[in-house]
Ligand binder design. Structure first.
Ligand SMILES: Cc1ncc(COP(=O)(O)O)c(C=O)c1O
Length: 449
């Protein structure tokens, strides 16, 4: 472990400057009180007082290989020494190699990549391409979704982060999620929403299937509750899209690259999208990077047309070099296999926690991607904090996260769901360390039941 030097004075200055000069995402600025991070290694980071934190959220579910992976750092350094940046019209080794590797590791006939700076831009380009390809304009997206903060992606987003951006991009139609714990239509199992096809078919009936360019889904819903689809759901959506000539876009910005114990989440249900969007785990966020990966049909269609998309930093060499190195590390170190194996252990451990904590209503997920849904009552399923809770309403959750942080565990909680998504190279001992702190912190939530 790297030497942890303390410098409390600098830490205080970093926080003071952050509060005065940095406009923080999705936050009431006066309520922001960030941890000043002095360094990190593996699954841990530390502040300027030398206090260490185990990261059970991989920062924003992106730091799949943990901090300062030596091979990832070396790949960036080596590329920086060769050529730091080059324009998109040129061919450059890291970009070419990463595109080839993506065609290799992604499922089915996904074949060609457009590189972006992150997830939102990948989704923007996916929508634009689907509309152009089909000559149709509507896009069906789900309520419990987050697709990014740019104009189109935030309109696709179903959660309240969309509201300040409304009316947004025209043509977005909303569908419900397969949220079996709280079926949005109040249906018993098997419900037409949760089974996929009947709900989508009904929407298409009202919208006119031949006006719909694309369906965009998070393969496993992330921030909006970690909701894996029930078996059959994704397959039936694929079938409906095929029948109506609709482009299926799977957003695996969060769920891709090993997070669910498979290289890509859609492999859990043997579904291949027409367009896959990725970011985050593609290179653990060491340099901003995302990609839209299109299938052979779209690739062939694009051959003789001018693609109407571009970014100055599309396929940035430093980002792509880290992407190439990351895929190498995944293969050499069995990262996906570790996610699957530790994920099985984590699943059992989280279910065991549910036995002793009345505040845990539901435990769901796969691989190293889990959600603990917190409730005031298991009988009524009343959420521990209301939908879109902020400020005083969010107190129970704020108490829990603070208790965990004070004890050295960083948790990411969205409304009433704790996301458990540690780096994919986490060890059994580290999982146990985090689970023990989580166990204590959940006692704080139990007090509100
Ligand atoms: C599923 C999903 N899609 C898209 C995005 C947006 O990615 P970015 O913040 O890199 O633009 C996110 C970010 O959290 C996400 O979770």
């Amino acid at each position: 472990m790297a030497t942890v030097e303390t410098n409390s004075e600098l830490g205080q200055q970093v926080v003071a400057d952050a509060k005065e000069y940095v406009l923080h995402s999705w936050s009431v600025q006066d309520a922001v009180n960030p941890v000043a991070v002095a360094g990190g290694e593996g699954r841990y980071f530390w502040d300027y007082d030398g206090k260490r934190y185990l990261d059970f959220a991989s920062q924003l579910i992106n730091l799949s290989l943990g901090h300062q992976h030596p091979k990832l750092v070396a790949a960036i350094q080596e590329q920086a020494a060769k050529v730091c940046t080059i324009g998109p019209p040129m061919a450059t080794e890291p970009r070419s190699t990463l595109a080839r590797l993506l065609a290799d590791v992604t499922p089915g006939d996904l074949a060609m990549s457009f590189f972006t700076n992150g997830g939102a831009e990948a989704n923007e380009n996916a929508i634009k391409l689907a509309r152009w390809y089909t000559g149709r304009h509507k896009v069906i997206a789900r309520y419990r979704s987050y697709h990014g903060a740019t104009a189109g992606a935030i309109t696709l987003t179903g959660d309240p982060r969309r509201w300040p951006a409304e009316p947004g991009m025209p043509g977005v139609v909303r569908m419900f999620d397969p949220y079996t714990y709280r079926c949005p239509a109040g249906h018993p199992d098997p419900c037409p929403v949760c089974t996929g096809a009947p709900h989508l078919e009904e929407i298409l009936q009202y919208e006119g299937a031949d006006t719909v360019a694309a369906v965009i889904l998070e393969t496993v819903t992330g921030t909006n509750g970690v909701i894996p689809p029930p078996d059959g759901h994704l397959q039936s959506i694929r079938e409906v899209c095929d029948r109506h000539g609709i482009v299926l876009i799977l957003d695996e910005v969060m769920a891709g690259f090993g997070r669910t114990g498979k290289w890509f989440a859609c492999e859990n249900w043997d579904v291949v999208p027409d367009i896959l969007t990725v970011a985050k785990g593609i290179n653990s966020g060491y340099v901003p990077l995302g990609a839209m990966v299109v299938n052979e049909k779209l690739r062939d269609w694009l051959r003789d047309k001018p693609f109407a998309g571009g970014l100055t930093y599309s396929g940035h060499p430093l980002a792509c070099a880290s992407g190439v190195a990351s895929i190498g590390i995944f293969r050499e170190e069995g990262i996906v296999e570790n996610a699957a194996e530790q994920g099985r252990y984590l699943a059992d451990a989280l279910r065991a926690l549910q036995e002793s904590h009345p505040s845990i209503g539901d435990v769901r997920g796969l691989g190293l991607f889990w959600g603990l849904e917190l409730v005031r009552s298991r009988e009524t399923r009343e959420p521990l904090v209301p939908f879109n809770a902020a400020g005083a309403d969010a107190k129970p959750v704020a108490h829990l996260t603070k208790a965990a942080l004070d004890a050295g565990l960083y948790l990411f909680v969205h409304w009433n769901v704790i996301m458990i998504a540690p780096p994919l190279n986490i060890t059994r001992e580290e999982l146990d360390e985090g689970l023990a702190i989580l166990d204590d912190a959940l006692a704080v939530a139990d007090e509100y039941t």
